[in-house]
Ligand binder design. Structure first.
Ligand code: 5GP
Ligand code: MN
Ligand code: MN
Length: 331
């Protein structure tokens, strides 16, 4: 019923309708890729006034600056104040839309595309599939139901989204359906090797030295989480400044912390402001880190979650240890 409603909400629009597409703050590959791929699809349908945006500073992280459809992005300040239709991507809750949250009230209708189990369904129409590996899986399905054929531009966006959220097809939700979708995308002629190199494997040289400093101070705490163990480290604004690097270079560094065989849980704590930290948490399975993140004001998935921590690094880590102490590892 929700699929039919979503299809009708798009199909019934006149061609001069204003559609606003939004994704979560600090957008990642799934947020940008699913949104831009879908925006390109709407334009193929003749909805030429479709525009995409995201909350906060209008800065696309360098790895994503080659994405097709970037020219359809507008800064938050220029986003339509009362669009005919709002379409949201990869936002687990309305608060993840930052200053664009008011569009849920001013838009004529809204469709939420997401894959977070914790999503309350904050749209008028909700396409939320917690079994989907990425929001782009939901986006591809809706595009198909709308009769939009995949082309190389749409496919590249959806592929970036799929590759990002599956950890390059390594994580548990990498199902046959995920590989079948990847096959459909690659069949349009896109180049997975070149795309992966651009998105995951291209960073400034200074980032390598920065990673060295941050990983050098990693800590292993075997007793945390009822003996399941915690590996963690942190990066400060000083670290970034020392190597003249931007915060985006730290996004994937959690993948180097989570390799610790002795720990089920891993954390990377990234300073955003003097007393504000963006915390990434990962689990190998025994601990549901989304419960920790939700308890501390954030959200996410069972094995990958995050929140904004306040105070000193010691205070943030104390809060995490306290939550991990209370977690029932069977959950
Ligand atoms: P990452 O550690 O890669 O930044 O985020 C992992 C997952 O945790 C994301 O897919 C997202 O769902 C969630 N997440 C990260 N940071 C936050 C946050 O500050 N608030 C909420 N609600 N979720 C977050
Ligand atoms: Mn995301
Ligand atoms: Mn996602």
């Amino acid at each position: 019923a929700e699929w039919a409603a979503a299809v009708a909400a798009v199909r019934d629009l006149p061609s001069d309708a204003r559609v606003l597409l939004v994704c979560h703050v600090n957008p990642d590959g799934d947020a940008l890729g699913s949104m831009l791929g879908f925006t390109l699809g709407l334009r193929r349908l003749g909805l030429l006034r479709s525009q995409a945006t995201f909350p906060g500073p209008f800065e696309v992280p360098p790895p994503f600056r080659g994405l097709p459809g970037l020219d359809l992005l507008v800064p938050e300040a220029e986003a339509d104040p009362d669009p005919d239709l709002l379409v949201c991507f990869d936002a687990a809750s309305a608060s993840r839309l930052g200053g664009l949250v008011d569009r849920l009230d001013t838009a004529g209708a809204s469709i939420v595309l997401d894959h977070h189990a914790s999503n309350p369904g904050f749209g008028y129409i909700n396409l939320i599939d917690p079994t989907a590996a990425a929001t782009s899986v939901v986006a591809e399905q809706l595009l198909a139901r709308l009769g939009v054929a995949l082309d190389a531009e749409i496919a590249e966006c959806l592929y970036v989204a799929l590759a990002t959220d599956t950890g390059s097809f390594r994580f548990d939700m990498t199902t046959p359906a995920v590989h079948e979708m990847a096959a459909r995308l690659i069949a349009t002629g896109i180049s997975p090797g070149e795309i992966s190199r651009r998105i995951f494997d291209t960073r400034p040289f200074g980032a390598i030295r920065l990673y060295g400093d941050v990983l050098q101070r990693a800590q292993l705490e075997p007793d945390v989480a009822g003996g399941l163990g915690l590996a963690w480290t942190y990066a400060t604004l000083d670290d970034l400044a020392r190597y003249d690097q931007k915060p985006y270079v730290l996004e994937a560094l959690i993948d180097s912390v989570r390799i610790a065989a002795e720990a089920d849980v891993s954390c990377l704590v990234k300073q955003v402001r003097p007393h504000e930290w963006a915390v990434s948490m990962r689990s190998k399975g025994a601990v549901d880190v989304s419960r920790v993140a939700v308890a501390l004001g954030g959200g996410g998935h069972r094995l990958a979650a995050g929140f904004t921590g306040r105070g000193t690094i010691d205070e943030v880590m104390a809060a995490i240890r306290a939550e991990l102490a209370g977690i029932d590892s069977s959950g």
